[in-house]
Design a protein around this ligand. Structure first.
Ligand code: BDR
Ligand code: CA
Length: 314
């Protein structure tokens, strides 16, 4: 099975992604690393421990950064994910404890132990990945690939007209991750706003797999209400779990290679600026950058079927 480390700020849709991965026989979640984002990092760690236990996984949890690398912290997203980050269901705390290693140290240790075999899935602001790169730049060669949820290439953001939340919350970290010499796939709002997960599907999962299904259904209600009130849609956008679908079946997506830089200040802070493959500009910021695979389209029904089928297995 493919080895994954999931870097996360759980988060209702992070929880969907983590349980999706833990339920798939084709994936081996070897660890969860936590970051601030939807909630503070301590809460993210508590939630990651709950999810590892619920997903019947032995994956350890390593806590990571609590603030952005360079800029003052932004408010967390309790209005979207609830005070507990899991849709205000107040799930009992796990008895498990996090590792004493930091997230970045854990990532380096695992990548060095399993060269070429670890895929990093990033579901929150990118400070842990950036910190790992700073501590040990050679891991860029040793990671299989990075699949991240974040950014908006040709569509609007969700924190500002141009910025998506994960990138907005730590633009410097994101810029470092996009410009490092490793294979990165970006799944941003171009794709995730094409996909709506409905209660109909969540209720079928609940019927087939009551333990995990119950948690997912209950946790999603607050999140679905948020989207109903803000966007007038019936369901929730399929952000973080899209990365797991990509790890399982990249043929679900259409990608376009492009260099990405991130605006780190001013009114466009957090914007993912896209320079398509083959284009060149006089401005030197765009020279010799690695190409990122930017997901632009997805087979939405096939992806949701994969999610539902995987989570319906007991
Ligand atoms: C991203 O922001 C967070 O609120 C979600 O968990 C997801 O990672 C979507 O913009
Ligand atoms: Ca997230």
């Amino acid at each position: 099975a493919r080895k994954l480390i999931i870097d996360t700020d759980p988060g209702v849709d992070d929880a969907m992604a983590i349980l999706f991965a833990m339920q798939s026989p084709q994936l081996d979640v070897i660890g969860l690393t936590t970051t601030f984002g939807n909630v503070c990092v301590e809460r993210a760690t508590e939630n990651a421990l709950i999810l590892a236990e619920l997903g019947n996984s032995t994956a350890p949890v390593a806590q990571g950064v609590s603030v952005p690398l360079q800029m003052p912290p932004k408010p967390h997203a309790e209005a979207v994910h609830g005070d507990d980050g899991l849709g205000n269901i107040h799930w009992p705390a796990s008895q498990r404890k996090p590792l004493s290693l930091s997230a970045a140290e854990f990532i380096i240790e695992q990548v060095r132990t399993n060269p070429g075999q670890v895929t990093l899935i990033a579901l929150g602001p990118l400070g842990n990945l950036a910190q790992a790169l700073t501590l040990d730049p050679q891991i860029a060669d040793l990671v299989d690939e990075v699949i991240l949820m974040g950014g908006a290439a040709q569509t609007f953001g969700n924190m500002s007209p141009v910025a998506e939340a994960n990138i907005f919350n730590d633009p410097h970290a994101a810029d470092q991750v996009f410009t490092a010499p490793w294979k990165v796939t970006m799944i941003g709002l171009d794709v995730t706003h094409q996909v709506l997960l409905t209660n109909t599907r969540l209720m079928r999962i609940q019927q087939n797999n009551p333990k995990i299904g119950d948690f997912l259904y209950r946790s999603a209600q607050f999140y679905i209400d948020f989207y109903r009130n803000l966007h007038g849609v019936d369901g929730c956008y399929f952000h973080d779990a899209s990365t797991i679908a990509y790890a399982l079946d990249p043929s679900l997506f259409k990608v376009e290679p492009a260099a990405i830089r991130v605006a780190c200040e001013g009114i466009a802070s957090g914007q993912t600026i896209v320079c398509p493959k083959g284009m060149s500009f006089p401005e030197p910021h765009w020279d010799n950058l690695p190409l990122v695979d930017v997901c632009m389209q997805v087979d939405s029904e096939r992806m949701l079927d994969l999610f539902e089928q995987t989570l319906s297995q007991t």
